[in-house]
Design a protein. Structure first.
Length: 178
């Protein structure tokens, strides 16, 4: 049985849940992929900017306080000054996803018949549960997956339950659904 790689690509970054200074709601704030840098001599403060989903107000999440450029995350100042999107994305994923993020699965076509064995490659956690991922990708109800797991025709490698979030490096083997 061949081992396929399923790559899960998060299409958004985790929201920062914090009270908004304008509307007062405990609302999710989405990353703007932009930084705010304040420098005083050789010392720098760095924030990642977030926007409130409710009212659009901007809020700063502190990444560094009075640090030299060599002490900043990544060891350099330029990506923060240039609003490097890869740096912004990396810092946004320092927050765990509080809710499942939209994602795309890049995988080979499923076999017409026979077993499916796959390993998950997920550089950034999307927060999706095993049962929801497999139901969506295999086109079957979650209850059918639960029955397959109870029968032993579906088992997870590196995970203990279908209700747990999918993590990088985990996998599954499905010998059949019925």
């Amino acid at each position: 049985m061949r081992m396929d790689l399923w790559r899960l690509v998060a299409l958004a970054t985790p929201a920062w849940r914090v009270a908004c200074t304008r509307c007062g709601a405990l609302a999710p704030h989405d990353s703007t992929d932009r930084f705010r840098v304040n420098s005083n001599g050789e010392r720098h403060d760095v924030w990642l900017l977030y926007r409130c989903r409710s009212c659009g107000d901007t809020r700063k999440r502190r990444l560094a306080h009075r640090r030299r450029a060599s002490e900043l995350p990544g060891g350099v100042l330029a990506p923060y000054l240039e609003n490097d999107p890869a740096f912004a994305r990396r810092h946004a994923f320092e927050l765990p996803p509080g809710e499942p993020l939209p994602y795309r699965v890049l995988r080979p076509a499923l076999p017409a018949a026979g077993a499916v064995r796959a390993r998950i490659v997920q550089p950034e956690p999307c927060g999706e549960r095993w049962d929801r991922l497999l139901a969506r990708e295999l086109g079957c109800p979650r209850a059918q997956l639960a029955r397959a797991a109870a029968r032993g025709t579906l088992w997870l490698e590196g995970a203990h339950s279908l209700a747990r979030p999918v993590q990088d490096g985990q996998g599954f083997v499905l010998e059949g659904l019925s």
